[in-house]
Ligand binder design. Sequence first.
Ligand code: UN1
Length: 510
Amino acid sequence: MNFLKTLNINAINYGASTGTAWLKTEDNGQFDISTPADGSQIASVYKCSNDDYEKVISTASEAFKSWRTVPAPLRGDIVRQIGNKLRDSKQPLGELVAYEMGKSLQEGLGEVQEMIDICDFAVGLSRQLDGSTLHSERPLHRMYDQYHPLGIVGVISAFNFPVAVWAWNAMISAICGNVTVWKPSEKTPLTAIACQNILKDVLIENDLPEGIFSLVIGDGNVLGEGMLHDKRIPLMSVTGSTAVGRHAGVSVAARFGKSILELGGNNATILTAQADLKIAIPGIVFGAVGTAGQRCTTTRRVIVHESIYTQVKDILVKAYSGLKIGNPLDENNHVGPLIDHQAVAMFSQALEKVQAEGGHLLCGGDVLSGPGFESGCYVKPAIVEAENSFDMVQNETFAPIVYLIKYAGDVHDAIAIQNDVVQGLSSAIFTDNLREAENFLSHWGSDCGIANVNIGTSGAEIGGAFGGEKETGGGRESGSDAWKAYMRRQTNTINYSTELPLAQGIKFDI
Ligand code: UN1
C-alpha cells in the first residue's frame, strides 16, 4: 500500500486542519477505517472536538478577510497550483479512493481527474466572474450588478465521491473569494486527509494564511449538525440522501443561510424503438453498475419500448453475466464492493421487497462470499423487471439494482414514466430519431437537471452545471454558471449628474 505513505496517511491521523496545521485533539473518540475491498483496517482518525471546530471557524473567518482582497485571477493561480499537485498525485490518490471507498481503480482515477478538471475550469473562471451592465431609466446614471464573495462555505460530502465533490465546491468557492470548511463522510475521511496533505504544500509555497481550506472530521449528527445551524457559515453545500438534505435545507433556511443540495436521484434511461443498442447497452451497464450503483447519477430505471423489450432484456442479462466483480484495485474488475455491510443489507432488502411487490429478478442479487470476497461487501448487480409505480422503484436504493420497465405508445408515454418519480437528477434517452430526442429535451420532456441523448445517466463532465430538480434538491455545482451560488449579487446604481432624479418619475421637491 505505497499510496498511503505517499499521501502521508499515518496509522492514526488528526481530524481537524486549518490548512497546513493539524489540530491535535486525541481525546474525542476516533474512527477506525477499514476498506470494503478486503475488510482490513487501513488507518484511524481522531474526531474533531468542539474546541477544534471553534478554532477552525475563527481561523477561517480571519482568513476570509485577507483572501477576499486577493484579485480573483491570483486566487485562480493558487487553484492552478493545486490542480498541478493533484496531477502529480493522481495515481496514489486514485488508488486510495478505490481502496477506501471501493470503486474500481479506473473510476478512482476518473474521480481525481474530475478534481484536476475543475481546477482548470476554476482557473479560467477566475477571470470571468462577470455581472451585467444595465441601462438606467435616469439620465447620467449607470447601473450594473456585481458578485462578491460570501465568507465561509461549508461542504458536507458523501462517501461515494469522497474527493471530487469537495473539489467542485472548494475550487469554485476559492476563486470566488470564499474560504471552505469541509466535513467529509465519516466513512471516507482518509481521502480527505490526503487532499489536505496535497494542498498543504501550495499553501506553504505561497505563504498563505491558515483558514482558506479547512477540514473537520466527525460525526454527521454532531459536527455536521452544528455546521447546519452555524450562522457564521453563509452557504452550506450538502451532498447526501433526500432525507439528509430535507433536514439540512430546512435547518439552513431557518437561519436564512443559503444551501446547495445535491440529493437522491432515480435516474432513468429510455430506449425507444429506434435506439442504437450497440451504444445503449454499454451506456446502461456502466450507468447501473459503475461505482457499484452508488452514484447519485446511477441508472436505476430502464424504460424500454415493448417492440424491443425482450431483445433488450436478453442482451442486458447476457452483458451482466460477463461482469467481473472483485478487488477494486485490480484493473480487470468492473465492479468493486459496496461501501459497508449496511449497504449490502439495504441491497438485499430492496430486492426482497420489490419481489414481494411483484418484481421479477432476472439476474444477480447474491451477496458474494469465499476467497476474494472476505469483506462481505461484494454483491452481484441485479436486474429486476418491475412497474414504475412499485414502492421500491419509486425509492432510491444506493446499490446496483436496475429496474426494467416496459412502455407502449410513443416517446411521450416513456417520458411520463421517466418523470413519474419524486427525484429529478439525471435522465437519458437512446434514439436515432430526432423528433423523439428533441421532445425528450423540450420543456414538456425530461424534468431532470441533467438530460442526455445517446449517452447514459452517469459520468457528467465538470463543465456543465451539476444538480437536479424536485427532491434532488435544486442545487447546481461544478461548471456553467454554478459559481453564482457561491457569491452574493449586488446591484449598483451610480449617479454622475448634478441632479437627483428619482426612479419611477417621482417628484420630491424640498
Ligand atoms: C455523485 O454521484 O455524487 O456524473 C456525483 C457523475 C459524476 C459525479 C457523480 N461525474 O456520475
